[in-house]
Design a protein around this ligand. Structure first.
Ligand SMILES: [Zn+2]
Ligand SMILES: [Zn+2]
Length: 338
């Protein structure tokens, strides 16, 4: 479909997508129940029946109804396995934007957000994401699987209900490559994982937002965005695809609490949520996986766009104090209910 191009001299990637006029109108809520025919058939529809979750999928002419989570290939994919060959060399570097693009709809309810769905639903979503991630890594030409979601108009979400994108690349995205290379270098030189060290330093410090049994949320020392925070397993883990159901439940609790707290702290908040996971190919550099949440509170200035230097008028210490108070309240409510 599209081309992945690099700059004349820089390593920065961009994708030229082809505009498809047939693409469905998001204002018609194609991801909502009743509009299943507006999307590709599901490869998985989770349906609660008699207290059990059944794993079903759409047939050619029959759509599974009453689903609680639905997974299908995007009708407007950013990458595709039907790419034509379009390799070329610098200064006009280009490679096919080859890959798979799946959508995981996290709830049938249009009014729900990532900050309102319950912990159990979050756990089911994470299990579904984990399954799809494992499957994607068995496919040809998949070097990296990116997982991301968004909330709010400033973050580009005009298409409820809330959903996550799973998008694969035949190359490792530059930010992951950079984190993995830097981690590897520090691990080699000092014998410790830098993220483990960070967690050690940030635990109970002025930038901690929340802790659960196995996870910690904190505002990073040099955040690009006001109220940016990261969620990371406390113990050294490089693979999200291997975490247990118990760890998934714990992750759901901290995600739901922190996203709930963020929504209480900033009215009508918009944010991006991204998974930073290790590439799962043999011999690839690993990272201590984590999630990063970027609230979008203001447009970028020329400094951000032109120089890559981020201006932030809320210090991470101030942000952590406010977020911490709101997130602890959310956590208390959730634990009280469950
Ligand atoms: Zn680590
Ligand atoms: Zn990261």
């Amino acid at each position: 479909m599209g081309d992945m191009r690099k700059g004349y001299v820089s390593e920065r990637f961009m994708i030229v997508t082809k505009k498809d006029d047939k693409v469905v109108d998001p204002n018609k809520f194609p991801y909502a129940p009743g509009n299943e025919s507006m999307t590709n058939p599901s490869v998985l529809s989770l349906v609660a029946r008699e207290g059990m979750l059944q794993r079903l999928q759409d047939n050619e002419d029959e759509y599974v109804k009453n689903w609680s989570i639905r997974v299908f290939e995007s009708k407007n994919p950013i990458v595709s396995i039907e790419s034509e060959n379009s390799y070329s060399e610098r200064p006009f570097y280009s490679e096919p934007a080859y890959g798979y693009h799946y959508i995981v709809v996290a709830t049938p309810n249009k009014k729900d957000t990532f900050a309102t769905i319950d912990i159990e639903q979050w756990s089911n979503v994470l299990v579904v994401v984990q399954d799809r991630l494992r499957w994607l890594y068995t496919q040809k030409g998949v070097t990296y699987v990116s997982i991301y979601g968004y909330h709010g108009e400033l973050a580009g979400n005009t298409n409820p209900p809330p959903h996550l994108h799973l998008l694969t690349f035949s190359t490792i995205p530059p930010i992951i490559e950079e984190e993995a290379e830097a981690s590897h270098k520090i691990l080699n030189e000092k014998g410790v994982c830098p993220m483990c060290q960070v967690i050690n330093e940030e635990t109970a410090g002025p930038r901690q937002v929340l802790q659960t049994e196995g996870f910690i949320a904190f505002c990073p020392w040099s955040p690009s965005y006001p109220y940016e925070f990261w969620v990371s397993p406390k113990k050294h883990t490089t693979s999200f695809s291997k975490i247990t159901q118990k760890e998934i439940n714990d992750l759901s609790l901290i995600l739901r609490s922190t996203l709930g707290g963020l929504s209480k702290t900033i009215k009508n908040v918009s944010y991006n949520l991204v998974f930073h996971l290790s590439p799962e190919k043999k011999n690839s550099r690993q990272i201590h996986w984590h999630l990063e949440i970027y609230p979008i509170t203001k447009p970028w200035s020329g400094l951000e766009r032109g120089y890559g230097i981020f201006l932030n008028d809320v210090s991470p210490e101030q942000a952590a104090e406010k977020l911490g108070a709101a997130c602890r309240k959310e956590l208390a409510k959730l634990v009280g209910i469950t």
